[in-house]
Design a protein around this ligand. Structure first.
Ligand SMILES: CC(C)(COP(=O)(O)OP(=O)(O)OC[C@H]1O[C@@H](n2cnc3c(N)ncnc32)[C@H](O)[C@@H]1OP(=O)(O)O)[C@@H](O)C(=O)NCCC(=O)NCCS
Length: 258
């Protein structure tokens, strides 16, 4: 018997405030046409005052639990992937835990920016297959509008706010690809590339900072590395690309996805 982490529910939350590309036209030398042609992005959502990362994360989590027909008391572990937590500590995950009315289980954040959701999912998978948790909520949530430099047209048009959640449970499988659940994960980091996408502030420098990016370099690395890691994950799972119906990248940039 093999334990698999199976996705039982999915939920998302987006703030009510929709910001179309045209919103930037008054403020910057940019246009709806340029943004759509280079990125495919038509609009983004920005959080309202007080609509913090943990608030959005909790709403997404509730929806994932609803879809699974579960309640907060069924959850053993909560992992929130975020680079924009409400506070330095406690973690956004513990705030979600409290918001859901839980006082049992455990909760922690993972900080791996764009790859954060996949890192959180791989951690939840490891906890479930090792028997340390029977169930987990994995949530990706960001309020990137708080770290954007609205005078930098090369970055501020690309990011928004929102949250997405998965509810996973342990499932008994046969150890074959007929099993339902996560079959393989592949994680990679390369700290040498930190200058191509970063925030120029943080707790130990006593500032919040703004997101800085070398767009072309990020584009090149993201395309190469997303494809490479997808191939490795398929190899680990023993499946061919012809077996795959859907790819769901964490990426808002349509040109990069294509
Ligand atoms: C950001 C991105 C869209 C820029 O597209 P690009 O084709 O690489 O454009 P460049 O950076 O070469 O800039 C070309 C010109 O457009 C300008 N430009 C940049 N942003 C602009 C905007 N919002 N509106 C109008 N012009 C813009 C640049 O200033 C530059 O002008 P210049 O030639 O006078 O210097 C592209 O690099 C990209 O998608 N990168 C990946 C970003 C990403 O997805 N990050 C998320 C994290 S994974």
């Amino acid at each position: 018997m093999t334990i698999r982490a199976r996705v039982c529910g999915v939920g998302h939350y987006l703030p009510d405030r929709v910001v179309p590309n045209s919103w930037f036209e008054d403020k910057l030398d940019t246009s709806d046409e340029w943004i759509q042609a280079r990125t495919g992005i038509e609009r983004r959502h920005f959080a309202a005052e007080g609509e913090t990362t943990s608030v959005m994360a909790a709403r997404a989590a509730e929806r994932a639990l609803d879809m699974a027909g579960k309640s907060a008391s069924d959850v053993d572990a909560i992992i929130v992937a975020t680079s924009t937590p409400d506070l330095t500590f406690p973690s956004a995950a513990t705030m979600v835990q409290a918001e859901l009315g839980m006082s049992a289980g455990f909760a922690f954040d993972v900080q791996a920016v764009c790859a954060g959701f996949v890192f959180a999912l791989a951690n939840a998978n490891a906890l479930i297959v090792s028997g340390q948790a029977r169930s987990a909520l994995v949530i990706g949530a960001e309020t990137f509008s708080k770290i954007l430099d609205f005078e930098d047209r090369g970055t501020c048009v690309l990011f928004g706010d929102g949250a997405g959640a998965l509810y996973l449970e342990a499932d008994e499988g046969k150890g074959t690809n007929e099993d339902r659940g996560i079959l393989a994960c592949d994680l990679n980091s390369d700290g040498n590339l930190r200058d191509i996408l970063y925030v120029d502030g943080g707790v130990s420098t006593q500032s919040t900072g703004h997101l800085r990016m070398q767009g072309k370099e990020v584009f090149r690395h993201a395309v190469e590395k997303l494809a490479a890691t997808a191939h490795t994950a398929m190899e680990k799972a023993g499946v061919a690309s012809s077996d795959v119906d859907w790819i769901v990248p964490h990426q808002a940039n349509l040109r990069l996805i294509q």
